[in-house]
Write a new protein. Structure first.
Length: 116
């Protein structure tokens, strides 16, 4: 092996090591999204695909059941969470409720969709 070839190999291995290090650290810090099932809100509104991050499923289902009557579309506050609801179709609305912490706006997050 020549000195130049050896230097190139060392540089390539060092670059690969540095490139992989941040992605491994970022992946380890993520909190998983927990599926919390479906629910029904007052008035026969069906709520589906409830998912939560850093929120218990019990709390996520409570927030999901309260949101349709408080947020027809736009923003509202439910149990201290800021919720956004947007119509996807005539019968389906997508919603996300989040509670911030420090610089993370989506620290605690509940996502779901609802409709009749």
């Amino acid at each position: 092996m020549t000195k130049t070839y050896r230097r190139v190999c060392v540089a390539v291995l060092a670059a690969l090591g540095l490139a992989l290090l941040p992605s491994a650290a970022a992946g380890a810090a993520r909190v998983p999204i927990t599926p919390c099932g479906d629910a029904t809100a007052p008035g026969g509104i069906l709520i589906s695909d409830i998912s939560a991050r850093r929120v218990s499923c019990r709390t996520a289902r409570r927030i999901a059941r309260l949101t349709p009557e408080r947020c027809e579309s736009g923003t509202c506050t439910v149990r201290g969470y800021t919720c956004f609801a947007a119509p996807a179709t005539d019968e389906l609305t997508l919603a996300r409720c989040a509670k911030a912490r420090d610089d993370d706006e989506l620290y605690r997050t509940v996502r779901f969709d609802y409709g009749r």
